[in-house]
Design a protein around this ligand. Sequence first.
Ligand SMILES: Cc1cc2nc3c(=O)[nH]c(=O)nc-3n(C[C@H](O)[C@H](O)[C@H](O)COP(=O)(O)O)c2cc1C
Length: 438
Amino acid sequence: MSERHMKLGAFLMAGGHHIAAWRHPDAHAPAGSDIDHFIHLARVAERGKFDMIFIEDAAAIRERNPDLASQAARSTAFEPLSLLAAIAVNTSHVGLVATASTSYTEPYGLARSFAALDQLSGGRAGWNLVTSASELEAENFAASGLRPHSQRYERAEEFADAALALWDSVEEDAYFPDGGETFADRSKLHAVHRHGKHFSVDGILESQRSPQGRPIMVQAGASDVGKDLAARTANVVFAASQTKAEAQAYYADVKSRLGKYGRSHDDLKVMPGISPIVGATEEEAKAKYRALQELIPDAVGVALLASYLSIRDLSAYPLDGPLPDMPPTNLIQSRQQLIVDLGKREVLSIRELARHFAGARGHWQVAGTPAQIADAMEDRFLDGAADGFNVMAPLFPSGLEDFVTLVVPELQRRGLFREEYEGRTLRANLGVSPPAKS
Ligand SMILES: Cc1cc2nc3c(=O)[nH]c(=O)nc-3n(C[C@H](O)[C@H](O)[C@H](O)COP(=O)(O)O)c2cc1C
């Protein structure tokens, strides 16, 4: 029996992670704006004893060309913090991780919103810090367009430090220290004074100290600066890896950076994505996958592929030919490399790459029986490739329901996953230490 338990996240979306999920007969097309859809998914994840549910975000419509209703149909139509506040009062144990950008918000406002979610949920809030790599977002906020990758991270570093200091500006029992005689204990309030290149903060967070003290910090950086920021400030890092070797390399790389920040191996949980397709038999699982693949119009698959490459329009190249050479992208550098490597390694044409990629956008895809999926997860968990997984069901709700009903009991039977929640807060269930003072 393994002592170490996997950590599981449920990456929620509207129809599902498969690009054509919303066209599937089982999908509920307008799910993205249906709160009951998300409350149901959160309760399914909680029934499966998941550590967290995760809501991605970009502050922009997802497609320049809405006809290519691909990414748009997947995304939630709710701003994540508002959505998770509603889910907080409809659940009791599952962690609530919202994505928010350091490029288009300010530290004080965002620190306050996450402290509020942590209070509303009794200590289950998490922040997926992103620098926002999409040009469509930049057009909504900055006439000067998308900042260079390095500048986005310079701002993110300063932002994270200011937010951490603001959460620490209020100690426990700072207010009503003696049950109401006095309003505040000044010695437990510490004004922040930070004047950096991007932000100026002078003040105390207008909030009680939240149950976790600080929300859990999540990131998904894959570049050098991204991994360093995660190693310095994050409790959880999401990743996108195809092969076991890629996952092991990313795991070893991020963990090797912890020491220089005085952090230990278990302070940061590495959770790569997995897109599982569960069937009672392997053939049934493969048939489910084929059914989804058949729903992908070529143009949609190729457009999605192009959105991760530095080539605006791939349709100029023969679909059955290889990817052309291209300059590095200013968007998500790691995903571009992953696609180019995949195309070369498996000698895939643009059409084949588009179909392969459209299923899980470069994340690890596994189709099989509950035991086969548990085998694959156990192998990476026990062999230095993951501390847990971000489960990206290809189709909602059935894909997550199948995983919780069929795969979770298999992981529990093997002693790889919890039978009951360890604590009340996300921090306690993740097993990451309380925050040291900033
Ligand atoms: C599982 C996962 C979820 C992500 N979610 C978001 C998101 O919601 N919004 C966003 O702007 N970027 C998101 N990203 C992109 C990352 O934040 C990051 O930009 C990307 O991994 C590239 O790393 P880099 O920023 O270090 O170049 C996600 C990445 C991964 C792997």
